[in-house]
Design a protein around this ligand. Structure first.
Ligand code: 9Z3
Length: 328
């Protein structure tokens, strides 16, 4: 309570909204199983890596969350994101020596699989005779790479994949991940590329059954999703390095919006991207500078995530050094 005017301070209001969101959310399926997987993953990656330094762990979020309109959901509002950014970034984080928790929308792009065709099972394989199948020559390199690199990351205990569909699942899982990563201190990073619903229907206000299509007007009240970025920074993972994304379609407002997000949510970096050019260039906005990362067009198959992840991991290194120095 604000002693001066008897009103609740903004932070308290936010915390009340967050509590209401979680209290009314449908319980997460497989909650215990997810917690077990997280515990094991963090324990495994809590020891120094090959170079003797503490292993860094990043939670990459990817794909769009849905806001269901019915409890037995037939219809929902979706958020744009193919998951390409998150999947590609995961590959480069692994290459940079990070362990990755990949929190992704079911059915979206997966690390190491983005160069496979849309229907990989049917397009990559062909029958040789009645009992055997083989990889088609045209796809053999892509299939081999996907299987070998994915298998290596999972077998080495460096990649944990957790799927979500709804905004309820996403935020509940993000909270669980953040809490489980606390022990990593500044070695933890959040790289929040998922496109998260701004509005949702609270579970208790949602109709149970499929909305009937008889009425010419659909009257659904959507409520603003509480701004979890502040809560992540301040409460769930106060020591972690946090990177969020800003997506706009109007380049004239993009950098101002990214600056505003940096300040409002106290992020360590905001990656600003414009919808149509997002695979060509992004701008990493921090308090110190604004640096553009560009795809190297002279190299076929080059990704903007290559320079982007190099830049982000350099900023993370500086952050770890600064945190350790101020701790001493
Ligand atoms: C992004 O900006 C991602 O880079 C994209 C990636 C969604 C554009 P794709 O998955 O696209 O490769 O197809 N993510 C964040 C989008 C977002 O909703 N950000 C919010 C905002 O801009 C802040 S959380 O207000």
């Amino acid at each position: 309570m604000d002693a001066a005017n008897g009103l609740e301070a903004p932070q308290q209001i936010l915390e009340t909204e967050v509590k209401a969101f979680f209290d009314s959310a449908p319980p997460l399926q497989n909650c215990n199983e997810i917690n077990e997987k997280l515990k094991e993953f963090i324990e495994r990656n809590s020891f120094p890596s090959g170079n003797g330094k503490a292993r860094r762990v990043v939670c990459v979020t990817s794909g769009g969350t849905t806001a269901p309109l019915e409890q037995r959901c037939v219809r929902y509002i979706d958020n744009f994101s193919s998951g390409h950014r998150g999947a590609t970034s995961t590959e480069y984080f692994l290459k940079a020596g990070y362990a990755v928790i990949y929190l992704y929308r079911r059915g979206s792009f997966q690390p190491f699989c983005r160069s496979l065709p849309d229907d990989p099972l049917l397009e990559c394989f062909e029958p040789t005779n009645e009992s055997d199948i083989q990889v088609r020559e045209a796809h053999s390199e892509a299939v081999k790479r996907a299987i070998v690199e994915h298998h290596a990351a999972v077998a080495d205990g460096l990649l944990l994949k957790l799927p979500f569909r709804t905004i309820f699942e996403y935020l509940q899982m993000l909270q669980m991940i953040a809490i489980s990563m606390r022990s990593l201190g500044p070695c933890a990073m959040f790289y929040l590329a998922a496109a998260v619903s701004d509005y949702y229907v609270p579970w208790k206000d949602m109709v149970e059954h499929k909305i009937q299509s008889g009425s010419p007007l659909l009257d659904v009240q959507l409520v603003q999703v509480p701004k979890m970025l502040s809560i992540l920074r301040k409460k769930w993972a106060p020591q972690a390095f946090c990177v969020s994304f800003k997506l706009e379609t109007d380049t004239n407002i993009l950098l101002n919006k990214a600056d505003a997000a940096l300040e409002k949510y106290d992020m360590h970096a905001v990656v600003a991207n414009e919808l149509l050019t997002r695979k060509e260039e992004v701008v990493v906005v921090t308090n110190a500078d604004k640096i553009t990362a560009r795809r190297d067009k002279s190299q076929s198959g080059a990704d903007v995530e290559d320079p982007l992840i190099k830049l982000i991991s350099e900023k993370h290194s500086t952050f770890i050094e600064d945190s350790n120095r101020s701790f001493k």
